[in-house]
Design a protein around this ligand. Structure first.
Ligand SMILES: C[S@@+](CC[C@H](N)C(=O)[O-])C[C@H]1O[C@@H](n2cnc3c(N)ncnc32)[C@H](O)[C@@H]1O
Length: 203
Protein backbone atom coordinates (compact mmCIF):
# COMPACT_ATOMS: atom_id res chain seq x y z
CA UNK A 1 0.00 0.00 0.00
CA UNK A 2 1.44 3.39 -0.94
CA UNK A 3 1.17 6.60 1.02
CA UNK A 4 -2.36 7.58 -0.01
CA UNK A 5 -4.02 10.77 1.19
CA UNK A 6 -5.65 8.66 3.91
CA UNK A 7 -2.26 7.51 5.20
CA UNK A 8 -1.18 11.15 5.38
CA UNK A 9 -4.30 12.41 7.20
CA UNK A 10 -5.10 9.48 9.53
CA UNK A 11 -2.36 10.32 12.10
CA UNK A 12 -3.86 13.82 12.49
CA UNK A 13 -7.39 12.39 12.76
CA UNK A 14 -6.44 10.05 15.62
CA UNK A 15 -4.46 12.78 17.40
CA UNK A 16 -7.61 14.93 17.44
CA UNK A 17 -10.28 12.32 18.01
CA UNK A 18 -13.12 13.16 20.43
CA UNK A 19 -12.99 11.88 24.03
CA UNK A 20 -15.88 9.47 23.30
CA UNK A 21 -13.70 7.52 20.86
CA UNK A 22 -10.92 7.27 23.45
CA UNK A 23 -13.39 5.95 26.01
CA UNK A 24 -14.78 3.36 23.55
CA UNK A 25 -11.28 2.28 22.51
CA UNK A 26 -10.42 1.61 26.15
CA UNK A 27 -13.64 -0.34 26.74
CA UNK A 28 -13.10 -2.34 23.54
CA UNK A 29 -9.88 -3.77 25.01
CA UNK A 30 -10.83 -3.97 28.71
CA UNK A 31 -10.57 -7.45 30.20
CA UNK A 32 -8.62 -9.00 27.33
CA UNK A 33 -5.92 -11.54 28.18
CA UNK A 34 -3.48 -13.87 26.43
CA UNK A 35 -2.50 -13.76 22.75
CA UNK A 36 -4.36 -11.14 20.68
CA UNK A 37 -4.59 -10.33 16.96
CA UNK A 38 -5.34 -6.69 16.01
CA UNK A 39 -6.37 -6.23 12.40
CA UNK A 40 -5.30 -2.94 10.77
CA UNK A 41 -3.56 -1.29 13.72
CA UNK A 42 -3.08 2.08 12.03
CA UNK A 43 -0.59 4.16 14.04
CA UNK A 44 -0.91 1.87 17.07
CA UNK A 45 -3.37 4.15 18.87
CA UNK A 46 -4.76 1.20 20.80
CA UNK A 47 -1.40 -0.15 21.99
CA UNK A 48 -1.18 1.77 25.32
CA UNK A 49 -4.72 0.61 26.16
CA UNK A 50 -4.04 -3.15 26.17
CA UNK A 51 -4.40 -4.56 29.71
CA UNK A 52 -1.29 -6.12 31.32
CA UNK A 53 -2.97 -9.56 31.14
CA UNK A 54 -2.47 -9.47 27.34
CA UNK A 55 0.81 -11.32 26.85
CA UNK A 56 1.31 -10.66 23.11
CA UNK A 57 -0.32 -8.70 20.29
CA UNK A 58 0.21 -9.47 16.61
CA UNK A 59 -0.79 -6.20 14.90
CA UNK A 60 -1.33 -6.28 11.13
CA UNK A 61 -0.77 -2.98 9.33
CA UNK A 62 -0.19 -3.09 5.56
CA UNK A 63 0.15 0.68 4.98
CA UNK A 64 3.85 1.48 5.40
CA UNK A 65 3.31 5.11 6.42
CA UNK A 66 1.10 3.98 9.32
CA UNK A 67 3.12 0.87 10.14
CA UNK A 68 6.27 2.87 10.91
CA UNK A 69 4.26 4.86 13.46
CA UNK A 70 2.74 1.69 14.94
CA UNK A 71 6.27 0.28 15.30
CA UNK A 72 7.24 3.41 17.26
CA UNK A 73 4.12 3.02 19.44
CA UNK A 74 5.08 -0.59 20.21
CA UNK A 75 7.08 0.39 23.29
CA UNK A 76 7.16 -3.00 24.97
CA UNK A 77 8.07 -6.46 23.77
CA UNK A 78 4.44 -7.64 23.67
CA UNK A 79 3.78 -6.05 20.27
CA UNK A 80 4.71 -7.54 16.90
CA UNK A 81 3.73 -5.22 14.02
CA UNK A 82 3.42 -7.10 10.74
CA UNK A 83 2.99 -5.85 7.14
CA UNK A 84 0.52 -8.48 5.90
CA UNK A 85 -3.04 -7.69 4.91
CA UNK A 86 -5.55 -9.86 6.75
CA UNK A 87 -6.21 -12.00 3.65
CA UNK A 88 -2.45 -12.75 3.41
CA UNK A 89 -2.03 -13.61 7.08
CA UNK A 90 -1.83 -17.13 8.52
CA UNK A 91 -0.89 -18.36 11.96
CA UNK A 92 0.03 -21.85 13.14
CA UNK A 93 -1.05 -20.93 16.67
CA UNK A 94 -4.65 -19.85 17.34
CA UNK A 95 -5.34 -16.52 19.06
CA UNK A 96 -7.25 -16.05 22.30
CA UNK A 97 -8.87 -12.88 20.98
CA UNK A 98 -9.06 -10.61 17.95
CA UNK A 99 -9.70 -6.88 17.78
CA UNK A 100 -11.48 -4.86 15.12
CA UNK A 101 -11.13 -1.14 15.81
CA UNK A 102 -12.54 1.17 13.13
CA UNK A 103 -11.31 -1.23 10.46
CA UNK A 104 -14.16 -3.41 9.16
CA UNK A 105 -15.41 -0.42 7.17
CA UNK A 106 -12.26 -0.46 5.02
CA UNK A 107 -11.55 -4.18 4.55
CA UNK A 108 -12.22 -5.48 1.03
CA UNK A 109 -14.60 -8.48 1.22
CA UNK A 110 -15.65 -7.82 4.82
CA UNK A 111 -17.76 -10.99 5.15
CA UNK A 112 -14.82 -13.21 4.17
CA UNK A 113 -12.56 -11.15 6.46
CA UNK A 114 -14.77 -11.78 9.50
CA UNK A 115 -14.92 -15.50 8.67
CA UNK A 116 -11.12 -15.57 8.39
CA UNK A 117 -10.74 -13.89 11.78
CA UNK A 118 -13.01 -16.55 13.29
CA UNK A 119 -10.79 -19.26 11.81
CA UNK A 120 -7.73 -17.66 13.43
CA UNK A 121 -9.27 -17.84 16.93
CA UNK A 122 -9.24 -20.76 19.32
CA UNK A 123 -12.65 -22.37 19.99
CA UNK A 124 -14.51 -19.91 22.25
CA UNK A 125 -11.97 -17.21 21.40
CA UNK A 126 -13.28 -13.67 21.63
CA UNK A 127 -13.80 -10.95 19.06
CA UNK A 128 -13.93 -7.33 20.28
CA UNK A 129 -15.23 -4.70 17.90
CA UNK A 130 -15.58 -0.93 17.79
CA UNK A 131 -16.89 0.06 14.38
CA UNK A 132 -18.81 2.81 12.69
CA UNK A 133 -21.86 1.31 11.03
CA UNK A 134 -24.91 1.90 8.87
CA UNK A 135 -27.67 4.12 10.22
CA UNK A 136 -31.12 2.58 10.51
CA UNK A 137 -33.12 4.52 7.95
CA UNK A 138 -33.68 8.25 7.62
CA UNK A 139 -31.60 10.94 6.00
CA UNK A 140 -28.37 9.69 7.51
CA UNK A 141 -28.66 6.24 5.90
CA UNK A 142 -29.43 7.88 2.55
CA UNK A 143 -26.35 10.06 2.95
CA UNK A 144 -24.19 7.03 3.79
CA UNK A 145 -25.29 5.24 0.61
CA UNK A 146 -24.58 8.38 -1.41
CA UNK A 147 -21.08 9.02 -0.06
CA UNK A 148 -20.11 5.32 -0.23
CA UNK A 149 -20.88 5.35 -3.95
CA UNK A 150 -18.93 8.52 -4.63
CA UNK A 151 -15.96 10.14 -2.90
CA UNK A 152 -15.83 8.71 0.66
CA UNK A 153 -13.97 5.40 0.07
CA UNK A 154 -11.44 7.18 -2.17
CA UNK A 155 -10.78 9.88 0.40
CA UNK A 156 -10.67 7.69 3.49
CA UNK A 157 -8.69 4.56 2.64
CA UNK A 158 -11.57 2.46 1.22
CA UNK A 159 -13.82 3.31 4.21
CA UNK A 160 -17.52 2.43 3.70
CA UNK A 161 -19.99 4.03 6.08
CA UNK A 162 -22.96 1.78 5.22
CA UNK A 163 -21.82 -1.55 6.64
CA UNK A 164 -23.63 -3.69 9.21
CA UNK A 165 -20.73 -4.83 11.38
CA UNK A 166 -22.82 -6.76 13.93
CA UNK A 167 -24.79 -8.49 11.14
CA UNK A 168 -21.61 -9.60 9.37
CA UNK A 169 -20.12 -10.87 12.64
CA UNK A 170 -23.25 -12.89 13.38
CA UNK A 171 -23.38 -14.27 9.81
CA UNK A 172 -19.80 -15.50 10.13
CA UNK A 173 -20.91 -17.76 13.00
CA UNK A 174 -19.92 -15.65 16.01
CA UNK A 175 -22.28 -15.37 18.99
CA UNK A 176 -22.60 -11.74 20.03
CA UNK A 177 -22.62 -11.45 23.83
CA UNK A 178 -22.72 -7.66 24.19
CA UNK A 179 -23.49 -4.81 21.84
CA UNK A 180 -23.94 -1.09 22.42
CA UNK A 181 -24.97 1.56 19.89
CA UNK A 182 -23.52 5.06 20.19
CA UNK A 183 -23.54 8.23 18.08
CA UNK A 184 -20.38 10.24 17.55
CA UNK A 185 -22.20 13.38 16.41
CA UNK A 186 -25.59 14.75 17.54
CA UNK A 187 -28.53 13.04 15.76
CA UNK A 188 -29.24 16.15 13.65
CA UNK A 189 -25.67 16.39 12.30
CA UNK A 190 -25.18 14.75 8.88
CA UNK A 191 -21.94 12.89 9.74
CA UNK A 192 -21.87 9.59 7.77
CA UNK A 193 -19.45 7.91 10.19
CA UNK A 194 -21.40 8.91 13.31
CA UNK A 195 -23.26 5.67 14.23
CA UNK A 196 -20.92 3.42 16.21
CA UNK A 197 -21.19 -0.06 17.63
CA UNK A 198 -19.11 -1.46 20.50
CA UNK A 199 -19.42 -5.17 21.04
CA UNK A 200 -18.09 -8.57 22.07
CA UNK A 201 -18.58 -11.90 20.35
CA UNK A 202 -17.47 -15.50 20.85
CA UNK A 203 -16.17 -17.74 18.05
C1 LIG B 1 -9.41 3.62 9.91
S1 LIG B 1 -7.91 2.83 10.17
C2 LIG B 1 -8.07 2.28 11.84
C3 LIG B 1 -6.74 2.06 12.50
C4 LIG B 1 -6.78 1.48 13.92
N1 LIG B 1 -7.43 0.19 13.95
C5 LIG B 1 -7.42 2.43 14.89
O1 LIG B 1 -8.36 2.03 15.60
O2 LIG B 1 -6.94 3.57 15.00
C6 LIG B 1 -8.10 1.33 9.21
C7 LIG B 1 -6.81 0.54 9.10
O3 LIG B 1 -7.02 -0.71 8.44
C8 LIG B 1 -5.89 -0.98 7.64
N2 LIG B 1 -6.28 -1.94 6.58
C9 LIG B 1 -6.93 -1.69 5.42
N3 LIG B 1 -7.09 -2.83 4.72
C10 LIG B 1 -6.53 -3.82 5.46
C11 LIG B 1 -6.38 -5.23 5.26
N4 LIG B 1 -6.85 -5.84 4.16
N5 LIG B 1 -5.76 -5.95 6.23
C12 LIG B 1 -5.32 -5.35 7.36
N6 LIG B 1 -5.43 -4.02 7.59
C13 LIG B 1 -6.02 -3.27 6.66
C14 LIG B 1 -5.51 0.38 7.10
O4 LIG B 1 -4.18 0.42 6.61
C15 LIG B 1 -5.72 1.26 8.33
O5 LIG B 1 -4.59 1.34 9.13
Amino acid sequence: MGDSLFVKVWPAIVRNEPPLIGELRRRNLAGLAGRVLEIGAGTGTNFPLYPPEVTSVVALEPAEGLRVRAERAATDGRFEVRPERLDEFTSAEPFDAAVFSLVLCSLPGPEAAVAQVRSLLRPDGELRFLEHVSAEGGMLEGLQKLVDGTFWPRLFGNCHTHRDAAGMIRSAGFTISAVEDRMLAPAWAPVPSSPLVLGRATA
